[in-house]
Design a protein around this ligand. Structure first.
Ligand code: ISL
Ligand code: CA
Length: 540
């Protein structure tokens, strides 16, 4: 199989918020197709689409009621075929989200399953004896509250690690696995180029009497026995020329090399969730930059001998990195871009990140959409907080920040009618049209960065060595192959930072590859300007 994804740069599209072609306020497949030239121009090689399947949208498509049908809000299967063909014609591949830890409670399997205890679909899900007062155990779901919901009809409870409308599938049941595998083959035969595997490390659970000690998620995070299911998935994946990236929290950097081993790993790469380090109480959380740098460095090191990384700083589940780790400026957007895009792995750009899009200034709970955020708002109210305070605590770190519509121009340009989520008012300052016209915009910087990455093999295959490891705000590293060396330094703070460069970096002639300020200085002691980024190569 070719390893095309090693040189590739991916672009994550949140379909609801990318481009609306029919002015109903919801982004759609035709909208995405209309923006392929934009993506081509940016230099990306593949798209990852967040779920577009039929869904009651309790969790914006992560609650699927039919795996083989497209949510009409997004279009039809025909539209997807057209998008796929148009993308392929431009040399852009397309991967889809595979959500198989759970389905929607509206999936026909679950509708059957909850009918009676003897139903043939009963064992497609996880049911256990319970009473309305007493659940089978005290495990907590990711979205708050018990992992169990009692069902009056059959007087048992069913299990869900996310919302109660997202019942977990019973992977222990071989019939369920066969259904899932058939569905996967159906999509691969349809011609898609791979999958992002949602919440894949949760498919195996501990026995219900497992006692939680420190980690509340331990009973369903990479639990032993998962190897069987992953090996079966590998069998299918390896028979197609595709890429797979697993969202696999709990698969740590010591285990990830085996999961992503080039010859016999289960999948090609992993989205680790660890580097999103934050500290502080709710409502005051801040990104922990030293933690961010340390975690990413550890993943670089641990996956170096075998294994491969998926690199990202933004996605649909987190606030905008340019607000969390940056200060909302073009400089911080390009510095963060430089820091992560020149690491070893396959970089992903989340829509709008290439513009340096920022967090949304929430003013009302009506602007909040994410299920977990709404749940936390109501929990704060129940604790007696005022609506203003509850809103502040909820929205400070909500994933909704990244889900507002894409900024195509001064007025948004996403839709001609009221969008499903409000457009960030700063679209008049941060948008595609303006940045295309500005040579020094984050958008144009991203283009240069992408083409630099692709033109120099050292950024693909070179080893990673961190420099100044203890520096709290400067991230510096060396990438090295037998024949080439590149040095990358970024000041990830809004203050000037004076640093002493490693001797190896300055005792040799170098050429600047890329910088986000004019006239970068390169000598023993340099004072880096706020969010300054410099990449150089050692001369041959
Ligand atoms: O493991 C976790 C925390 O340590 C969880 O965060 C979990 O892995 C993650 O939240 C899963 O997210 C994905 O699945 C969710 C969906 O809401 C998210 O948008 C998606 O990215 C349920 O399908
Ligand atoms: Ca639409």
């Amino acid at each position: 199989m070719s390893k095309w994804w090693k040189n590739a740069v991916g672009y994550q599209i949140y379909p609801r918020s990318f481009m609306d072609s029919n002015d109903d306020g919801i982004g759609d497949l035709k909208g995405i197709q209309s923006k392929l030239p934009y993506l081509k121009e940016l230099g990306i090689d593949f798209i990852w689409l967040n779920p577009i399947y039929q869904s009651p949208n309790i969790d914006n498509g992560y609650d699927i009621s039919d795996y083989q049908a497209i949510n009409p809000e997004f279009g039809t299967l025909e539209d997807l075929k057209n998008l796929l063909e148009a993308a392929h014609a431009q040399g852009i591949r397309l991967i889809m989200d595979l959500v198989v830890n759970h389905t929607s409670d509206q999936h026909p399997w679950f509708i059957e399953s909850r009918k009676d205890r003897e139903n043939p679909y009963r064992d497609y899900y996880l049911w256990a004896d319970a009473t309305p007062e007493k659940m089978p155990n005290n495990w907590q779901s990711f979205f708050g509250g018990s992992t169990w919901t009692y069902d009056q009809q059959t007087k048992q409870a069913y299990f869900h690690v996310f919302a109660k409308e997202q019942p977990d599938l019973n992977w222990k049941n071989p019939v369920v696995r066969e259904e899932i595998y058939q569905m996967i083959r159906w999509w691969l035969d349809f011609g898609i180029d791979g999958f992002r595997l949602d919440a894949i490390s949760h498919i195996q659970k501990e026995p219900w009497d497992f006692k939680i000690t420190d980690n509340p998620w331990a009973p369903f995070m990479n639990v032993s026995g998962i190897e069987t299911y992953m090996s079966e998935l590998r069998e299918i994946f390896r028979s197609y020329d595709i890429m797979t990236v697993g969202e696999a929290s709990g698969v740590n950097s010591k285990k990830a090399p085996f999961w992503t081993h080039e010859e016999d790993g289960y999948i090609d790469m992993i989205f680790e969730l660890e580097h999103q380090v934050r500290s502080g109480e709710p409502g005051q959380e801040v990104g922990d930059l030293l933690g961010f740098k340390k975690v990413l460095s550890r993943w670089q090191k641990d996956l170096q001998p075998i294994g491969w990384n998926a690199l990202y700083i933004d996605n649909h589940d987190n606030p905008r990195s340019n607000s969390v780790f940056g200060n909302g400026t073009s400089e911080s957007a390009s510095a963060l871009a430089t820091a992560y895009m020149l690491l070893r792995g396959t970089p992903f750009i989340y829509q709008g990140q290439e513009l340096g899009m920022t967090n949304y200034p929430f003013e009302s709970i009506d602007e909040v959409n994410a299920t977990d955020s709404l749940a936390s708002y109501h929990a704060w109210l129940e604790q007696g907080l005022s609506p203003e305070e509850a809103l502040r605590l909820t929205t400070h770190w909500t994933r909704d920040h990244s889900r507002t519509p894409m900024h195509w121009n001064n007025f948004g340009g996403f839709s001609n009618s009221l969008p499903w989520m409000k457009v960030n008012p700063n679209t008049d300052k941060i948008n595609v049209a303006m940045q295309q016209a500005d040579l020094f915009s984050p958008l144009n910087y991203y283009k240069k960065l992408i083409s630099l990455r692709k033109s120099m093999p050292v950024f693909i295959s070179g080893s990673y060595q961190i420099e100044l490891p203890k520096h709290p705000t400067v991230w510096a590293y060396t990438r090295k192959t037998v024949s080439d060396e590149a040095y990358v330094i970024t000041n990830l703070s809004d203050q000037p930072q004076s640093v002493t460069l490693p001797n190896r970096w300055i005792n040799t002639p170098t050429t600047t590859l890329l910088a986000n300020y004019p006239d970068p200085s390169w000598k023993k002691t340099v004072t880096l300007r706020p969010f300054e980024a410099i990449a150089v190569k050692k001369d041959a």
